[in-house]
Write a protein that binds this ligand. Structure first.
Ligand SMILES: Nc1ncnc2c1ncn2[C@@H]1O[C@H](COP(=O)(O)OP(=O)(O)OP(=O)(O)O)[C@@H](O)[C@H]1O
Ligand SMILES: [Mg+2]
Length: 219
């Protein structure tokens, strides 16, 4: 059996000082890799590289044994889906926002309204929100809607950049439980998550690994 998701000696430069980060890690199916480290350590940059939104200097990534370069970037990003630290909210309703990724040719017309409504309920959101102007949502509602958007796209790997940043403790715990159910509901899923919130430590029954991006050039 090939490893589920693996990045091998990924190397990249950052910032004006041009320092280099080198990282390797792997993720078992059904588990979470938590990326930690101080501000500016390169956590967001790493997630964007894994999603093929940025290029790295060296290194390779494998999904179920297949090299990332054997996928088109678009196909890769449908399997490895990145949720930004400050996700974009588009003009229009919540429904328009949830449908947005399905404009891509690769999953054209595969949006399922029932799944979207189930997702809202599972995230403790009122289903009537679906017709609300997305720009009028509260910070916590926006965080949950923008999390639901890649979930509906059914990726193998979710790359989450600070998903708890605008949530209170109770909402963060319920989002973490939602993510646990998401991992368990189907095979072939995993999460790579950048977070300063230790809420994931309270959730039992999921394998969690930590990767610390600390000193320049280490890892
Ligand atoms: N496009 C860019 N051009 C120049 N420098 C950049 C670019 N993107 C990021 N950097 C720099 O690279 C460094 C790492 O940025 P990154 O966003 O990956 O950090 P981070 O670990 O996610 O930090 P935070 O915890 O604050 O989100 C920072 O010093 C940042 O200013
Ligand atoms: Mg960041």
């Amino acid at each position: 059996m090939p490893e589920f998701f693996k990045f091998d000696q990924i190397e990249y430069h950052m910032g004006a000082a041009g320092r280099t980060v080198k990282v390797s890690s792997d993720l078992e199916e059904g588990s979470i890799l938590v990326i930690k480290g101080p501000s500016g350590a390169g956590k967001t940059t790493l997630l964007r590289i894994l999603a093929r939104l940025l290029e790295c200097d060296k290194g390779q990534v494998f999904l179920q044994g297949q090299n990332w370069l054997s996928f088109t970037p678009q196909l890769w990003r449908s399997k490895i889906n990145y949720l930004a630290q400050k996700p974009a909210v588009f003009n229009g309703t919540v429904l328009d926002n949830l449908k947005k990724p399905f404009a891509l040719k690769i999953k054209k017309d595969m949006f399922n309204l029932d799944e979207a409504i189930d997702g809202l309920r599972e995230l403790s959101l009122n289903e009537n929100l679906i017709h609300q102007d997305a720009r009028t949502l509260s910070g916590g509602e926006t965080a949950r809607i923008t999390l639901l958007r890649p979930i509906l796209f059914k990726p193998n790997i979710l790359l989450l950049d600070e998903p708890f940043a605008s949530l209170d403790d109770n909402s963060a715990r319920s989002v973490m439980e939602f993510l646990k159910r998401w991992l368990e509901n189907e095979t072939g899923r995993g999460i790579v998550m950048v977070t300063h919130n230790d809420i994931y430590k309270d959730i039992s029954g999921i394998k969690i690994q930590e990767l610390e991006l600390s000193e320049p050039g280490v890892n």
